[in-house]
Design a protein. Structure first.
Lengths: 317, 317
């Protein structure tokens, strides 16, 4: 089977790992990776796109696998000086990571779209696959707390998710159109699968689905939508978001994820540790694959990518 | 003698050394250091003020004395990444230096004046003396070449002064008022001396003199103006500017410097190596001090500061 295009939807760290796996097993012309920009924010005059950068660093092989975010072999000289200059230090920026934000910010100010800047910077780093923002219009995830609506990074990093959350919203939506490459991928004749990477459904995938017209387009899809669950052993691999979801009355379970995606979801890939969930999911009419979903290295990433693609009957070399 | 205020006019590296010497021998309330901003430029979306930073790093003890510019113990990780991202690398920015530009740029964009930003950042670095931009309105030194008018850093750093120069101008003048603290220092009742630091008269001091009303105010001064010559042994300590001045028909000599400043100058401090110049200068009616002007360490800087101040009969502790 040829002329098969895969559209992947990704958030940050966990999603970035599977995106890198998909890029390892699919040629560039067969993959479009659309990335959440709801976590983006302006800080110290720089436009920071944490999820785009996580995917970029993962595909460029520059990601720090020990720390789990940012660039490997990173240094922190500029951050130390910013602190000495009395500037905010709640969001830690490495020196090489800072360069990414500087390059992106000045290109955006010079009039390039986020799609253009992202294409340019990823190409310069030797990435041959398309990493695409969900929208070129700023969308900002915000969390409602007793202090009011907090920008996501303020809530997530500065406040370390301490305030009780009572709501999530995506400022800028409606009004944010899908980026040109996202629109194009959705409309491709040869689109054969949509893969939702193991990112948080409420915080990383929902913003993508909330982009103008995207949910309606996906509801009318003619190809399978496969999600890889971000849960392992009934909880998120990375921490405090479970607290947020609990406060929002959103259970952290594969059944809740399936319920959340509803008719959009055709197939859920769950971890071996959650094998017991399969029966209920299948009983609810869902197709399920049980496999190891923890990605510690390139082999793990590629294997999980192949498993996800095989659920859509896509052959990989 | 008390209630004595000194106004120092400074360019970058050489001037910054004497500025640091003046700060070492005068209490903060007795010194205002006004710095050339004609070398400032916008690069990668950042506002870079090389002379303000040279003076700042010198007073904070952060300057790299070996390399002669920038921050000591500097690293270059962000610059390497910017290069990998395909961005311009002709102007080398260290990681800690980059932090200065990031902090300044975002504060300027947030609406602070260059005076306010400079006061904030120098204070945060523990500097108790006033480092003041010559103007809060952008002034940009440009050099005329066969390719047209080049921004100074483009000419000086990117082109390494290779094109033949046929003119110098200061874009933004007229129209750039002195900064509030510069205006205030010029008007002080207790002003007792103006010290022109050993910076290039044509490129570092002339922009300051060209700021609206400054030359006229200095012509009406009631206090001595003492310049420390930037020449040692008949040439500039730091390089290729002699070429520029030759092309512009400006001789590089103490007589030419005295002639250039004209009636503004009351006293010239020249280097021992140029002692032979003294007779001619004195014959032209100028007061002259001959001393060692090469500043290799803090002792040199303080000693030269005392020599310059004693020419104005200012006692230092």
């Amino acid at each position: 089977m040829k002329a098969q295009h895969v559209l992947a939807l990704s958030g940050g760290v966990g999603g970035a790992k599977l995106a890198a796996g998909l890029a390892a097993v699919l040629p560039p012309e067969d993959l479009t990776i659309v990335v959440n920009t709801g976590d983006d924010f302006e800080h110290l005059g720089l436009t920071i796109c944490p999820d785009i950068d996580s995917v970029t660093y993962a595909l460029a092989g520059l990601n720090d696998t020990q720390r789990g975010w940012g660039v490997k072999d990173e240094t922190w000289q500029a951050m130390g000086m910013l602190k000495a200059l009395g500037e905010a230090d709640w969001f830690n920026l490495g020196d090489r990571d800072m360069a990414m934000h500087i390059a992106r910010s000045w290109r955006l100010r010079a009039g390039e779209s986020l799609s253009e800047v992202t294409a340019r910077l990823t190409r310069e780093l030797g990435i041959v696959h398309a990493i695409v923002p969900m929208s070129d219009t700023p969308v900002r995830t915000q969390v409602e707390t007793a202090e009011g609506w907090l920008d996501f990074q303020r809530y997530f990093v500065a406040e370390q998710c301490r305030p009780v959350a009572t709501g999530i919203r995506f400022a800028g939506i409606p009004g944010a159109a899908p980026s040109p490459a996202f629109t194009e991928a959705l409309a491709r004749e040869d689109l054969c699968a949509i893969v939702v990477c193991p990112s948080n459904p409420y915080l990383s995938v929902d913003p993508i689905l909330a982009v103008d017209s995207v949910r309606a387009t996906l509801e009318g899809r003619r190809v399978p939508l496969i999600a890889v669950s971000p849960l392992v052993g009934g909880t998120a691999l990375k921490g405090p978001l479970a607290k947020l979801l609990g406060e929002l009355g959103q259970p952290v379970s594969n059944a809740a994820i399936a319920d959340h995606y509803g008719d959009l979801l055709d197939h859920l890939v769950i971890d071996n540790a959650d094998a017991a969930d399969a029966e209920g999911l299948r009983g609810a009419g869902l197709s399920v694959t049980i496999t190891g979903t923890v990605m510690c290295d390139a082999d793990d990433r590629e294997r999980l990518a192949r498993v996800a693609l095989s659920a859509a009957r896509i052959e990989t070399g």
